[in-house]
Design a protein. Sequence first.
Length: 181
Amino acid sequence: MNKIQIESINHQNVKIEDFKTTFVVLNVENNSYRLNYIKKKEVFLKQKDDGILKYYSEHPLLINHNESTLEVYINSSPADISTFINEIEHAINFIIKGWRSWKEYIEINSGIHLETFKQNIKDGNGKLLNAPISIVESIEKICIKHQVKIKVFGERRYARHKLIIINNQYMIAKDFQLHPK
C-alpha cells in the first residue's frame, strides 16, 4: 500500500465509514482511506459521522500526552482559600481551553475527590493534584503569589503526539499512517 501524507486531507470534508481499535476508515471525495494509529494514546470515536478533518501537532488535548504528569502536594495553607481555588480552576481552564474538565486533574488523575482537594488546601497538607508540566508550572506561580508551599514530584519529560479531530470526535497517537483502501 502506498502511504499518503495526512496533511493532504487536512481541512477536508471526510466521512467516517468504520472504526476499530487500531484504525479508522475514512471516505474523502468518494475515495476510501485507512488511517492507522501508530502508538495510539487516546481515541474518542462514538459514531460514523462526516465533518471536516483537522490535524494538529499542538492542541490543548495533547498536553496530557506531550508532557509528563507531575504529582503536587501542598505544605501550607493560603490566607484566602476561595480565591486560591478559583485561581487554580481558572489557570487550568486557560490551558485546556474547555477540552477537558479542570476537575479531571484532581479527581481522575489524582484519585481524590474535590472535597478532599479543598480540605487539603484548608489544612495546608496533602495531595493537591496530578497534572502535566504546563499546568503544574501555572499552579506554582499561583502558589508563589499566595505564599503557599508545595512539593512537586516527577520527572519533567516531553513527547510529541498528534491529534485528528472530526467534529467532536478525536484520535491521539504518536503518529498516523494514511493508505488507500
